[in-house]
Design a protein around this ligand. Structure first.
Ligand code: SAM
Length: 326
């Protein structure tokens, strides 16, 4: 099964573009290009420039094709949004006027069995967005039972994580687990399906492995800090997340940076130039509560149902030192 990129419907496109309010001459970062839904909308809304970042080489190939349509206004960059300030600086801009992040995986990634993200189609147990580094098979076959249980429990929020880990370690005694179909079958044997029908019982284990393999939470922390350094005063950061682990991080980051909770450590404060009574807020929270998709969007796009959008607006205060996210 191969994926048709046109099948990815951008999630919460209108509120994200509205939040960034692109203007002629402005510079924006789409940190998760995917199939380019956000990038295209930004470039169409104003005569602006978009730095389109994605860690997946296939997404960047698509960005290269879209760039032909928009000439020099679309700059495609292969890399991680956790380093967006460096990536964009290398491409010639020190600051930008807005940044959008749409976390997780795209439909072409999920729907292409060869990428190994899906429990619905059998394929190699891969899950690497970058197509490099340790794969899901390396983790499933190489981690200890305790490590597997932690990954599945914390990143999948799976209450049967210990059972899953035990079953994986037992199964791999017969030889390495190399296919998504095998992994899904092992998990389904030990995790009861939810009484309310709903989701496949392999869902949470697959989510956990994907987040672990791609270090997605670390990337998010780095990305939020990089956005703080890269945004010009008044610039907006819009983040769409798909599960509570991500949303909580974005919420905590914006709350702290806006001065709504305790500030950074004394050590960090000492490193910030400015008034001795503490660092100034670097963001104003625009969304006290996250924005959910409209009923109409949730009805036409199942992937949108769990999406939550948070928006912050950069102040003119200096960025806090790195490592002060949560
Ligand atoms: C949900 S899709 C984005 C879809 C996009 N908004 C659109 O309209 O087409 C997420 C994309 O972000 C990329 N991605 C995820 N984490 C990333 C990271 N840390 N750095 C760069 N790209 C990342 C994935 O490879 C994937 O292509």
């Amino acid at each position: 099964m191969t994926a048709d990129p046109a099948l990815h419907i951008p999630v919460m496109l209108e509120p994200v573009v509205e939040a960034l309010a692109p203007r002629d001459g402005g510079r924006y970062v789409d940190g998760t290009f995917g199939v380019g839904g956000y990038t295209r909308a930004l470039l169409t809304a104003a005569n602006c420039t978009v730095y389109a970042i994605d860690r997946d080489p296939e997404a960047i190939r698509r960005a290269g094709i879209l760039a032909q349509e928009f000439g020099g206004r679309l700059i495609a960059i292969e890399g991680r949004f956790g380093a967006m300030d460096q990536l964009v600086a290398n491409a010639g801009a020190a600051q930008v006027d807005g940044i959008a992040l749409d976390l997780g995986v795209s439909s072409p990634q999920i729907d292409d069995a060869e990428r190994g993200f899906s429990f619905r189609f059998d394929g190699p147990l891969d899950m690497r967005m970058e197509k490099a580094g340790p794969s899901a098979a390396d983790v499933v076959n190489g981690a200890t039972e305790a490590e597997l249980a932690d990954i599945v429990f914390y990143l999948g929020e799976e209450r049967y994580a210990r059972r899953v880990a035990r079953a994986l370690v037992a199964a791999r005694l017969n030889g390495p687990i190399t296919r998504t179909g095998e992994l899904a079958a092992i998990v389904r044997r030990v995790v009861p399906s939810s009484k309310s029908g709903g989701i496949d019982s392999a869902t949470r284990t697959f989510q956990a492995l994907r987040i672990h393999v791609n270090r997605e939470l670390d990337e998010l922390d780095h990305g939020l800090e990089a956005a703080e350094r890269l945004l010009s005063p008044g610039g907006r950061l819009a983040v769409v997340s798909f599960h509570s682990l991500e949303d909580r991080r974005v919420k905590t980051f914006l709350r702290r940076r806006s001065g709504r909770t305790s500030g950074p450590s004394r050590h960090a404060m000492a490193a910030i130039a400015g008034p001795v009574d503490g660092p100034r807020p670097t963001f104003e929270v625009i969304t006290g509560r996250p924005i959910a998709p409209s009923d109409a969007e949730a009805a036409r796009n199942a992937r949108a149902r769990s999406a939550r959008l948070r928006i912050g607006q950069r102040t003119d205060a200096p960025a806090w030192p790195a490592g002060e996210v949560a």
